[in-house]
Design a protein around this ligand. Structure first.
Ligand code: BDP
Length: 708
């Protein structure tokens, strides 16, 4: 059990054996090799063999036989077996599954939908669920993609699981087996697109040799109903094409993009489209030529339109050299400033891709106000499965509750229900496109993400992209049964740990909406509150001796609260109505400010850090208790991670508490901060083979010193 099978292990389910409900044959209608329905037939065969030790043949011809699993498109099914009224409401990518009769019927609106239905059926079997059922499932949004920040040299920006499964040494890999295996995993959670390269894109992806490589990758993932897309570098016409400019309104530039797009579609006829990061963090873009971001996006939209392609244009545009001395400056304002006036100016096949919060994947942010401001533009939400600010997969942080909180935020546009999930599905503003982009960054590590438990996040991402109304805990439990089997204690323990994990991480990192407090400058790992206020990245806490928090009010601050529709703006404008967990996101208050809980801000910091770190210690004992119930390989791997998290949570706790204790000079009522009489410092022991090492930032080690 090295993790490579993830949640598709098809492990034997003893209690389901010999059930009379088991099928006796598999019919994959009209399927030809490498079509998703063919894949569905193979999966059903492998799944039933694994789960029930029952070997079945797959036939591709319709026949009347009792006790078969029939899988195919609605058209194929009705051609062979007659009308299927129950499946009338199927929508694009949707499926119908019925196990009520003596035949199991799995019908997709298209081939991809049929494959989803097969995976759904297998997921039920693998969880020991053979109860009769009959239902339709349609996706809430057409775009359910992953973004993989893979560089052509094989490295992965913000990837924590080894090198790329797509590239090495400047080129697409020859061996695309692993890419196909990844596509299989993604198809099982109903993801339909992968953007395979970094948003900080390299123009050399568009050389002839790499376009051949793209074709190879697209061929490998197509049998799983997954389409390939790529990130572009805006300056490619100059840097690769040798033109003197990359001005989007220059006809030569336009023609260059048209031409390269035609070349790509000749090799990858079903490419989903382009992802573009422009004028952000040093990336080139249309603003260089005084053109608007819409001018830039529409240039690509024109190029892919004839092929049905989509342009995902990122809203993550901001100036990373803003002066912290300017108290009216605010990076959180950038999205609305750059995009609001462009509403309605994007072509119909452009989707503005918006990170969930206004800054950058922090442990707690309000929903980005841009979701509520674009009524005539299709939008997608960008979530991050890779735990960039959330412990790099070395910490267990189950993210579905965080995502659900954002997706359920009601922005009250025009004083009407305007939940983020309904905006990005396209339903709230009647948009033709919309959906989900998840930054995943899997690598060659057998666990895919570097940690077995982190895979619940990838699983949950797909499930929520399909249906954001699912409950975090229910998703987690499906994943747990599929990944670790049906033992109740395993299920309860992993549920308890995971559901406590985001609150715990928030407790021992940044509280009350102050941001995560990681090192800001590059690693985004480990505590570094001192790095927050002296950088041009606009991730500021405004902490001084007496007070803390960003004043984002309209009245006295940066005005960001006013970027939300009026009903929500009013809530955030006032300290009394701002929820405690976002207090410091919107307000600058004294450390002695009382929260709704009755505690002061500073005492909340102190207590939360002890509470969060305690929870992380408990995770170790909880995991330990499962030793006899989980295979050694995975148990040990997870034990190592949990032990690390427990230790690092203490580093976090002491570092943050010590920092604000020093700064504010306000004592901890419980007298714990700075007072750990039982602690033995490593540097006080007699050391053989170790040297002392001064830690920078100093507060990341107790007494500033570590041993190496
Ligand atoms: C930041 C990451 C950086 C990404 C950037 C982005 O630190 O590596 O390039 O976001 O999303 O969070 O473009």
């Amino acid at each position: 059990e090295d993790g490579s099978a993830a949640w598709l292990r098809y492990a034997p389910v003893t209690q389901a054996k010999n059930s009379r409900l088991l099928p006796a044959a598999i019919i994959a209608l009209n399927s030809t090799k490498s079509s998703p329905v063919y894949t569905a037939g193979q999966e059903l065969r492998d799944g039933i063999a694994g789960i029930f030790s029952k070997e079945l043949n797959v036939s591709t011809q319709a026949r009347r036989t009792s006790s078969a699993v029939i899988v195919g498109t609605l058209t194929a099914y009705t051609n062979d077996y007659g009308d299927l009224e129950d499946a009338e409401d199927l929508e694009e990518d949707g499926f119908f599954l019925s196990t009520e009769q003596d035949q199991v019927v799995i019908v997709g609106h298209n081939e991809r939908g049929a494959l989803y239905g097969a995976f759904e059926y297998l997921s039920r079997l693998a969880q020991g669920d053979l109860s009769p059922t009959s239902f339709i499932s349609n996706p809430q949004a057409p775009i359910r993609w992953t973004n993989e920040w893979n560089n052509l040299d094989g490295s992965i920006e913000r990837g924590y699981a080894g090198p790329s499964i797509f590239f090495r040494d400047g080129f697409v890999l020859e061996n695309v087996t692993r890419a196909a295996e990844y596509a299989r995993l993604l198809a099982s959670i109903r993801i339909n697109g992968i953007i395979i390269n970094n948003v900080n894109a390299n123009a050399t992806l568009l050389t002839a040799r790499n376009i051949e490589g793209l074709a190879r990758l697209a061929d490998a993932i197509r049998p799983y109903g997954i389409q390939l897309g790529i990130s572009l570098n805006f300056a490619s016409p100059r840097d690769l094409g040798g033109l003197s400019s990359f001005d989007p309104l220059d006809p030569k530039v336009d023609a260059w993009w048209m031409n390269i797009t035609t070349q790509i579609y000749a090799k990858v006829p079903d490419m989903i489209g382009y992802l573009v990061k422009a004028n952000s963090e040093g990336q080139p873009g249309p603003l260089t030529y005084n053109r608007t971001l819409a001018d830039g996006a529409n240039m690509f939209a024109r190029a892919v339109r004839p092929y049905g392609g989509v342009v995902m244009f990122r809203a993550f545009v901001y100036d990373n050299h803003i002066s912290p001395a300017n108290w009216k400056a605010d990076r959180a304002n950038a999205q609305l400033e750059f995009f609001q006036h462009l509403d309605g100016k994007f072509d119909e096949n452009v989707v503005v891709q918006i990170k969930y919060g206004p800054i950058d994947f922090q442990v707690r942010e309000p929903a980005s106000p841009l979701f509520g401001a674009l009524h005539n533009t299709s939008t997608a939400i960008e979530l991050q499965v890779t735990q960039e600010y959330l412990g790099h997969q070395c910490h267990l942080v189950y993210l579905a509750p965080l995502w659900k909180e954002i997706l359920g935020s009601d922005l009250r546009a025009d004083s009407r229900s305007s939940k983020v999930k309904d905006i990005v599905s396209g339903s709230r503003f009647k948009r033709p496109l919309g959906g989900y982009a998840g930054v995943v960054n899997v690598g060659t590590n057998s666990t895919w993400l570097g940690s077995h438990l982190a895979m619940s996040n990838l699983y949950a991402y797909g499930r929520l992209a399909w249906d954001a109304s699912l409950e975090s805990e229910a998703i987690l439990q499906d994943w747990t049964r599929l990944t670790f089997g049906l033992d109740q204690e395993v299920l309860d323990t992993i549920t308890d740990m995971s559901m406590k994990s985001w609150p715990a991480y928030e407790n021992y990192s940044g509280n009350l909406g102050i941001q995560t407090l990681t090192d800001i400058l590059y690693t985004h790992f480990g505590p570094n509150p001192a790095s927050q206020d002296n950088n041009g990245w606009g991730q500021w806490t405004r902490a001084d001796k007496a007070s803390i928090g960003m004043d984002r009010t309209v009245k006295n601050g940066t005005g960001n609260a006013g970027h939300y529709p009026p009903e929500v703006a009013q809530i955030y404008e006032n300290i009394e109505t701002t929820p405690d967990n976002l207090l410091l996101w919107f307000h600058h208050v004294p450390y002695t400010q009382r929260l709704k809980s009755g505690k002061t801000v500073i005492q909340h910091f102190y207590d939360a850090h002890y509470e969060g770190a305690d929870t992380a210690q408990a995770f170790v004992r909880q995991w330990e208790s499962l030793k006899s119930k989980v295979d050694n390989e995975r148990w040990n791997h997870i034990m190592f991670r949990q032990t690390f998290q427990a230790g690092h949570a203490l580093v976090w706790r002491d570092s943050i508490n010590q920092f604000y204790h020093n700064l504010s000079e306000i004592p901890d009522e419980s007298k714990r901060v700075g007072n750990h009489p039982y602690r033995i410092e490593a540097e006080q022991m007699s050391l053989v083979g170790y040297k002392l090492y001064s830690v920078n930032p100093f507060h990341a080690a107790s007494r500033h010193t570590a041993i190496v």
